[in-house]
Design a protein around this ligand. Structure first.
Ligand SMILES: Nc1nc2c(ncn2[C@@H]2O[C@H](COP(=O)(O)OP(=O)(O)OP(=O)(O)O)[C@@H](O)[C@H]2O)c(=O)[nH]1
Ligand SMILES: [Mg+2]
Length: 367
């Protein structure tokens, strides 16, 4: 596999050089007009810069089989559509190798693809995904013959959306009577619960109530009580499953009951068991696993795994405003079957939260 940059006075000259150095099966990856300096930089001359690639192995495979009785057309002679298709196919097959092998392949890419590569880099997308996305982009852009920045960025967004859970797993909104949020310590559960409750009441004019099972921290009850008082909504504090069932019954006439839980170190399985013991998860309960977008990917992944025995409807990612990239959130979603219900991006209640579709999320990721 060889990739090389050629500079020549014209495309024809470049083609001769490429054929001489890489052979007739070489594929042109990119070409652009450049200005070549002459006479110690005093004058300029137009020239072309061409990046060509030659996949030796592929070329070997394509050598004519002596036992083949059907005469094959010379590849060089056929410069029409089938030749173009062959080249596209070959680009696809070789680009994977190029991306894997070339440490400085970015400089070889056409400008719009370089932009896409940079966006993936800035978003913190891991190398394995980046490589396959770039391969797909290159192949699709060349097939469609529309290598503009706008089209490539559009295509990039489509490819990333395809990697996420399907659309119907997103934007579930607040649909059940009982809504419970759980997740690690300080992830933003209570604040997010207050945001969701406030918008249900203020925007949708729903009758709401609160339950908290967070009796672990003394201040936790006070924190939720403050929001309940501001919204003039009733609140019950529950220490046991019996108290929880009683509170559920008390609020059975309410449109939505927002349930807060204690943040614990959920690496300890016993806390997950305690949560399940206090709250009997069943269909009338809509449950959200709250994760901070500022967490490390491995930590988020671990929490998701530990909550696999709890029925989780959707994720809520908080603190999107505090991180430079949503790459780890993308990876968690891409590996999961459930979507994100909401993304919170600030401390203000109730405004700093939004429901998202896969397309919305990808736009946020690319910002
Ligand atoms: N920047 C930012 N801060 C947030 C966001 N959501 C919550 N916070 C802040 O994060 C801190 C913890 O929020 P809480 O809502 O108390 O978190 P919690 O998960 O209920 O915490 P525990 O109950 O102790 O587990 C508070 O200072 C919040 O204001 C967000 O989307 N962005
Ligand atoms: Mg809390």
């Amino acid at each position: 596999m060889k990739i090389k940059k050629f500079k020549a006075a014209s495309m024809q000259e470049a083609a001769i050089q490429i054929k001489k150095e890489l052979g007739k099966d070489a594929v042109i990856l990119n070409s652009k007009q450049i200005q070549k300096r002459k006479w110690f930089g005093l004058s300029k001359k137009s020239a072309v810069e061409v990046i060509a690639v030659m996949d030796q192995d592929f070329s070997e495979q394509r050598k004519p089989d002596p036992n083949d009785t059907v005469p094959k057309k010379s590849l060089e002679a056929s410069s029409s559509a089938p030749r173009v298709q062959e080249q596209e196919q070959r680009v696809h097959e070789t680009v994977q190798v190029v991306l894997n092998e070339m440490s400085d392949y970015q400089s070889m890419l056409p400008e719009p693809l370089r932009k896409a590569e940079q966006l993936l880099q800035d978003a913190g997308i891991k190398d394995s995904i980046k490589t396959s996305v770039m391969s797909r982009l290159l192949r699709d852009s060349i097939s469609a013959g529309d290598l503009t920045e706008e089209n490539v960025v559009h295509k990039l967004q489509d490819v990333l959306c395809e990697a996420l859970p399907p659309k119907d797993r997103w934007q579930e909104a607040i649909s059940s009577q009982y809504i419970v949020l759980f997740g690690s310590t300080g992830a933003g559960k209570t604040t997010t619960l207050a945001k969701l409750a406030a918008s249900s009441m203020l925007d949708k004019h729903k009758k709401i109530a609160f339950i908290t099972t967070d009796t672990y921290r003394i201040a936790a009850v006070e924190q939720l009580k403050t929001y309940a008082e501001l919204l003039q909504a009733p609140m019950e504090v529950c220490y046991t499953k019996e108290e929880f069932l009683q509170a559920k019954e008390t609020f059975s006439e309410y449109d939505h009951v927002f349930i807060d839980t204690a943040g614990r170190n959920f690496k300890e399985q016993q806390y997950i068991e305690e949560l399940k013991e206090t709250i009997p998860f069943e269909n009338s309960i809509q449950s959200f696993l709250v994760l901070s977008a500022t967490s490390k990917y491995e930590d988020m992944k671990d929490i998701v795994k530990r909550f696999s025995s709890v029925p989780v409807n959707q994720f809520i990612f908080t603190k999107a405003d505090e991180t430079a990239s949503l790459g780890s959130v993308f990876h968690i979603l891409a590996e999961s079957k459930i979507g994100a219900g909401f993304i919170a991006n600030g401390q203000n209640v109730p405004e700093d939260i939004q429901s998202v579709s896969p397309e919305d999320f990808v736009r946020m990721l690319m910002k």
